[in-house]
Ligand binder design. Sequence first.
Ligand SMILES: [Zn+2]
Ligand SMILES: [Zn+2]
Length: 145
Amino acid sequence: MKGIDGLELSPKKTEYIKFIDNRKNTRTNEIAREFKVDPSTATKIIVELSKTDFISYKPYHGCTLTHKGKEYARFLNRRHGLLVCLLVELGMSKDSACEAVCKFEYFVPKEAVDNICKKLKHPGSSPCGVRISGDRCCCCPGEGD
Ligand SMILES: [Zn+2]
Ligand SMILES: [Zn+2]
């Protein structure tokens, strides 16, 4: 995916995007339940997110990821997966690597992710089971952006 640096969204919004991914139509009260926040808080964040072109939101109908949002979700999974691959490569167990990555993945720029991808020769999935889809920006042989 071109034109992003990977630092567009706050950690919370990143998690919202991952949650909405793979769902048909996500209601704000489902999000509120999942993230244990007040429905009004969930709605507020969704309204903010709908100002980006990652999600489309219709009040009372719920929200879905746009094409661009789906691509971004793919990048988020790829970033998580590659960081876990890296830490496992450095000797960590897959569980502690996955747990550690969840604490800092939000702050790793795409450029670093692409370089990890190259260094590890474009792995297709992470030890913790996340699918890493290709991205032409790092010359992955995969589907690209
Ligand atoms: Zn993981
Ligand atoms: Zn790659």
